[in-house]
Design a binder for this molecule. Structure first.
Ligand code: ADP
Ligand code: MG
Length: 238
């Protein structure tokens, strides 16, 4: 049983059809990367899965349950945004604790989870700081920490590294891959960067104009791109 399944998913904004008809199965624990040019519908697809947008047609299944009409909070997924969306007036500790506090968890349980996440992300020494006193990479880790404590069924990343400089991007790429090895939670990762796609993904989904051009492992896509578009995106010589 797939963890997340999209069945005949359609999305239009008014007359503009962004996703005509899309089927996709994501297995439990998989690291899936959506790749494609700007405007091809990557963010829209992620927002549909998260429940931040309603589908125009079709169904979204999560762990075998029809989640199509469900509110984002009921889906049990965690979205990590490209802009950090941290609360500037709160400490790192409070930023990470915030979703748990909202969920009504008691103080001791919150403390255990926040400290556990901080350890996983090497943030233990920064818990008292405010976001403004952190580097870009540290802020990104806090945003991930806030997602981790909720123990989501899947993490959804929308170009989380695009605001970082090149060296930091490489470091964070490794950290997110490492996190996936540790947690073994499904991750869906949107990027327009083929290096990120090739190095991080178990499975790459190549999108063009809301249509899946090809799905496969990095090696499959590199060796056997279905067409020039895929080849161009993956950087293989076809
Ligand atoms: P990507 O993330 O791949 O760059 P998006 O999913 O953001 O692409 O956008 C896909 C298409 O949908 C674009 O043409 C964009 O203009 C359009 N779009 C996205 N969100 C909205 C919206 N809320 N209202 C109208 N059009 C939108
Ligand atoms: Mg986008």
């Amino acid at each position: 049983m797939g963890n997340i399944r999209l069945e005949n998913v359609k999305k239009a904004f008014g007359d503009a059809i962004v996703i005509p008809d899309l089927d996709l199965e994501i297995e439990n624990g998989e690291f899936v990367v959506f790749v494609g040019p700007s405007g091809c519908g990557k963010s829209t697809l992620l927002r549909l899965i998260a429940g931040l947008e309603d589908v125009t047609g079709g169904k979204i299944w999560i762990n075998g349950r029809d989640a199509t009409g469900e509110a984002p909070a009921s889906r049990g997924l965690a979205m990590v945004f490209q802009t950090y969306a941290l609360y500037p007036h709160m400490s790192v500790y409070k930023n990470i604790a915030f979703p748990l506090k909202m969920a009504g968890m008691d103080k001791k349980a919150i403390d255990d989870k926040v400290r556990g996440a901080a350890e996983t992300l090497n943030l233990t020494d920064f818990l008292h700081r405010r976001p403004g006193q952190l580097s870009g990479g540290q802020r990104q880790r806090v945003a991930i920490g806030r997602a981790i404590v909720r123990e989501p069924k899947a993490f959804l990343f929308d170009e989380p590294l695009s605001n970082l400089d090149a060296a930091l991007r490489v470091a964070m790429r490794l950290e997110i891959s490492e996190l996936h090895h540790q947690l073994k939670t499904t991750m869906i990762y949107v990027t327009h960067d083929q290096v990120e796609a090739m190095t991080m993904a178990d499975k790459i989904v190549v999108l063009r104009a809301g249509i899946i051009e090809q799905v496969g492992s990095p090696l499959d896509l590199y060796r056997s791109p279905r067409n020039r578009f895929v080849a161009g995106f993956i950087g293989s010589p076809k």
